[in-house]
Design a protein around this ligand. Structure first.
Ligand code: PMP
Length: 390
């Protein structure tokens, strides 16, 4: 117990203690924290297309709940393999232009299941240094030798392949197409072209790109036209698609292999029917209403323009995730608190979620934000940055 108390005290002193903050959702991107009276506009949500509140998504979820019950009752390989799982997997395979797909309970479960299935002792995994924690945990579980390459630095990746590839049986390279805390993109086309010189499997996490990019909303893999070079496209249903769960899309052989080897798939209860209903409806909306993502991209462009107008010169990056770098954790927390006083809810993201000294405010833009919200947010942020830095 003493050890735990000490740990918590140290985190508190460093400004990196994590605390839960219960809230109620009021609709249209407004939230109310339990211990705070005012209504706040949420700038930390990944509900990019606002599909979590879409009537068709809620309707499909309700319909499946009533038709099939609250839970799947068992893992897929036991008696939980409701046929609606297959419908969802067919839709995903089509969206990702792959032969087949497999769903997982969450993105965390997908990464910690897929990676250890594909690589083990005697194999090499090379992952971007800023990969999500679930990717790292997957690497650790795998028992494979894991090397991180400098963020988005393909020369460094190539150097590692050049020096180490031959010492290992198989190699797996893991990247994200849009990085969750930095909002920048992996140069996928250049990465895929490395496959001409080195043999490796390529896995791309599209958690923050699914539903948002490419002609059909499939993701950055589609936008960059590299589907054939990506062996495993992984993504989640919990962000732009508005509900919960995750998927892997790949060749039939890889998917059949995962069914037999991915522990987090084999030993975990299948997605609840209501979630499958919501996911199917969200995919249908992505397919039939491209206006949803165009609307989001317009809001993102508007916010970036407002940031510049208000003297915030940081490069806002190419996506809907806009990190405002602060550096010091306590200062990041102080700015977030100041914004909260002005009805803006944005989280200060601090180490160990991000590297030491790179605490930031991570703004994510969603279709819940209207132009006046975005304008006001940029003005208040600019003011808070000036007052807190003085
Ligand atoms: N991968 C990335 C890149 C993520 O950002 C996240 C969620 N933060 C996950 C995986 C995990 O997904 P989930 O929340 O569905 O567990």
């Amino acid at each position: 117990m003493e050890r735990m108390k000490q740990f918590l005290l140290e985190r508190e002193k460093a400004g990196t203690l994590r605390r839960l903050s219960p809230l109620t959702r009021l609709g249209h991107g407004w939230v109310r924290l339990l211990d705070y009276e005012d209504e706040l506009k949420d700038f930390s949500s990944n509900d990019y297309l606002a599909l979590s509140e879409h009537p068709e998504v809620i309707g499909a979820s309700r319909k499946y709940l009533e038709m099939f019950g609250a839970g799947a009752g068992a893992a897929r390989l036991m008696s939980g393999d409701l046929e609606i799982n297959h419908l969802l997997e067919e839709e995903i395979a089509q969206l990702k232009s792959k032969e087949a797909a497999l769903t997982f309970g969450s993105g965390y479960l997908a990464n910690t299941g897929i990676i250890p299935a594909l690589a083990g002792r005697g194999d090499l995994i090379i992952a971007d240094r800023l990969s999500h924690a679930s990717i790292y945990d997957g690497c650790m579980l795998s028992g494979a030798r894991t090397i991180r390459f400098r963020h988005n630095d393909l020369e460094h990746l190539e150097q590692i392949l050049h020096e180490k590839r031959n010492e290992f049986n198989r190699a797996l390279v893991v990247v994200e197409s849009i990085y969750s805390m930095d909002g920048d993109r992996c140069p996928l086309a250049d990465l895929v072209s490395l496959k001409k010189r080195y043999s490796f499997l390529l896995m791309v996490d599209e958690a923050h790109a699914t539903g948002l990019y490419g002609e059909n909303g499939s993701g950055i893999i589609e936008e960059d036209n590299v589907s054939d070079g990506v062996d495993i496209a992984m993504g989640t249903f919990g962000k732009a698609l508005g509900s919960y769960g995750a998927y892997a899309a790949a060749s039939r052989d890889i998917i059949d292999f995962l069914v037999n080897r991915a522990g987090t798939f084999i030993y975990s209860t299948a997605l609840p029917p209501a979630v499958i209903g919501a996911n199917l409806a969200a995919l249908y909306l992505v397919k039939t209403e491209p206006q949803l993502r165009l609307d989001l991209h317009q809001k993102v462009a508007f916010f970036k323009k407002q940031l510049r107008k208000n003297g915030i010169k940081d490069d806002p990056g190419p996506s809907q995730i806009i990190p405002i770098m602060i550096g010091d954790s306590a200062k990041a927390l102080a700015i977030a608190e100041e914004l909260q006083k002005n009805h803006i809810y944005v989280k200060a993201v601090r180490p160990p979620t991000v590297p030491e000294g790179s605490a930031r405010l991570r703004f994510s833009i969603t279709r819940h934000h209207q132009e006046p919200d975005l304008k006001k947010c940029a003005q208040l942020l600019s003011k808070a940055l000036r007052t807190i830095s003085d």
